[in-house]
Write a protein that binds this ligand. Structure first.
Ligand code: AMP
Length: 542
């Protein structure tokens, strides 16, 4: 059987799988319904059967209690997604069913094993979310080679489809549930992330909801209906709103037929009205884009090209707003497929590097979770694609990432407790890690310990209020108890591309030190991952 590796775009509303075929072409594999993307919706049909995709999305109307949508927004943030038959399902477990639907359909279609994968996630995902993404893959029985950022994957694909001179590109990624903006430098040798930002709660679904509100209010005024839509009517309205939105990308006006509470109405929706009722949403993306451009410019980079990815960039208002604001004509990069294809190309790259056992390659990865089991000394099968022949390995570029979060230490500033950012978001991580060392003084005479309280956030200022964020963790440095106030303490933050932060504190007087690895809470225990993997095997995915 020919050996392939795969790229998976695990999206908030739609997911997609791709591979690099024998000829070296990145290709999306359709699901068993024949479509290139699969709704990320999971319907628990029975104890040993789940339905994923379009059918589940339609089932959401009749069986909302047993249907999970938008589960990606919970990854790494919650241990609960949905309850079925008294059993609480985690976001990792639910996401694993989406991954199984994609990979099992793909395996059937191309008649090959689907095992080694690169999965993508939004650029702003921190350690907990990235680890949860990887764990979803493991529960699905996959070997996750790496988790990389969606815009980086899109840029990799963009970098592969044509030769580029050194330039600065802005990837504007508006999907179903998230918005991401990333600025990157690309040249023949590498891709370097300059900065990224986003809003994980803003996406096509918000445009759908704006239409839902509009249609509901038109329905009410036409029929004199002043009740609430029941759950069925609400889900139906949701499906119609999304369909109307998509049609408005190519038509100026469309009629929508609505029925609820035994009443019927035909409502006309024009693109002009649609754009009016969603202008504030679009504006939020422009504000984030502005902020990212300002950061890039402060680093001396001017954006040369804007690339559009994500299904929602099909809305003409996106291109129009970006053109008007920045005077650049955005390039549309296969909105549904670019991320999965870029991930597939990266999967080939990672796999070959593991095969050649090139040490240090992983260090240039993208905030990734690597599978140590598949590295050094393990025999790997030859890929069906011969990369050297078709120049893939020549084209694929190493990725230099930037930090996706800021990390701070609690300090006293003018007798006020403040967070002092040691590592600021969007700092370049040249060799796969960043080390920052600073000296501080003890606060009082004769302290027994110095508590190094650490925070993770999106704040980019040097100082911010301690009340704004929950601490990530604490390292306690024992002191001799005889030091005067202001005795020097050296603190080092070391952050690797996997988002793992190690905090070291040294009492410069006695030389005593403390070293603590900060673990985000909410990361699933490995035993639990294995247990869910076993459990998932008992369930058939349709
Ligand atoms: P993605 O997460 O990138 O797959 O994007 C999914 C989002 O794109 C969903 O909100 C879709 O409704 C939206 N979408 C797909 N096709 C279109 C279209 N033709 N016009 C507007 N939005 C679309």
């Amino acid at each position: 059987m020919a050996k392939y590796v795969f790229g998976i775009d695990l999206g908030t509303t739609y997911s997609c799988i791709a591979y690099v075929d024998e000829t070296g072409r990145a290709t999306v594999i359709n699901n068993s319904e024949g479509t290139n993307t699969t709704p990320s919706v999971v319907n628990f049909a029975s104890q040993n059967q789940v339905v994923v995709g379009q059918v589940a999305k339609e089932n959401a109307v009749i069986d909302p209690q047993n249907t999970s949508s938008l589960v990606k927004t919970l990854l790494g943030k919650s241990d609960f997604a949905i309850s079925y038959n008294g059993d609480n399902k985690s976001p990792e477990e639910v996401s694993a069913y989406i991954l199984r639907k994609l990979t099992e359909d793909a395996a059937k279609l191309i008649d090959a094993e689907v095992k080694d994968v690169v999965i993508t996630c939004p650029a702003y995902f921190g350690t907990a979310e990235r680890t949860a993404t990887k764990n979803a893959g493991t529960i699905a029985g996959l070997n996750v080679l790496e988790v990389i950022s969606e815009p980086t994957a899109a840029a990799l694909y963009y970098g592969c489809i044509k030769e580029h001179d050194e330039k600065t590109i802005l990837v504007y990624d508006l999907g179903g549930g998230t918005f991401d903006v990333t600025i990157m430098r690309i040249n023949a040798d590498s891709i370097e992330v300059v900065c990224s930002d986003g809003n994980h709660e803003l996406g096509g679904k918000d445009w759908d909801e704006a239409i839902m509100r509009y249609l509901a209010s038109e329905f009410a005024s036409e029929n004199g209906f002043n009740g609430e839509f029941d759950e069925y009517a609400q889900q139906n309205l949701r499906l119609k709103a999304e369909k109307a939105k998509q049609q408005l990308s190519s038509r100026e006006e469309i009629p929508v037929m609505l029925d609820a509470a035994g009443l019927v109405a035909r409502i006309n929706l024009s693109r002009t009205v649609f754009e009016e009722i969603t202008a504030s949403l679009l504006n939020q993306t422009i504000e984030k884009t502005d902020a990212a451009i300002a950061i890039a410019e402060a680093k001396g980079f001017k954006v040369d090209e804007i690339i559009l990815v994500g299904g929602s960039t099909r809305m003409p208002q996106v291109t129009e707003a970006l053109m008007e604001k920045y005077g650049l004509e955005p390039k549309v990069l296969e909105p549904d497929e670019a991320v999965a294809k870029g991930a597939a190309i990266h999967a080939v790259n990672v796999y070959i590097h593991k095969q050649k056992n090139i040490s240090g390659f992983g260090d240039s990865g993208d905030g990734a979770s690597h599978d140590e089991n598949a590295t050094a000394g393990v025999e790997l099968e030859e890929l069906a694609v011969v990369p050297e022949l078709i120049g893939i390995s020549g084209k694929v570029k190493p990725i230099i990432v930037a930090t996706t979060k800021s990390f701070a230490l609690k300090v006293l500033k003018e007798s006020e407790e403040q967070c002092f950012n040691m590592i600021i978001k969007n700092e370049k991580m040249d060799n796969g890690a960043i080390h920052i060392t600073r000296q501080f003084g003890t606060a009082e005479d004769n302290q027994d310990t110095a508590e190094l309280v650490v925070y993770e956030s999106d704040y980019m200022e040097e100082y911010y209020d301690v009340e704004l964020v929950e601490p990530l963790g604490t390292a306690s440095l024992e002191l001799p108890g005889s030091l005067p106030a202001g005795a020097p303490i050296e603190v080092t933050f070391t952050l690797n591309t996997e988002g793992i932060l190690v905090v070291t504190g040294v009492d410069m007087t006695s030389g005593k030190d403390v070293k603590v690895t900060m673990q985000s809470t909410g990361i699933m225990a490995q035993e639990k991952v294995e247990e869910l993997k076993e459990k998932s095997r008992q369930v058939a995915v349709m």
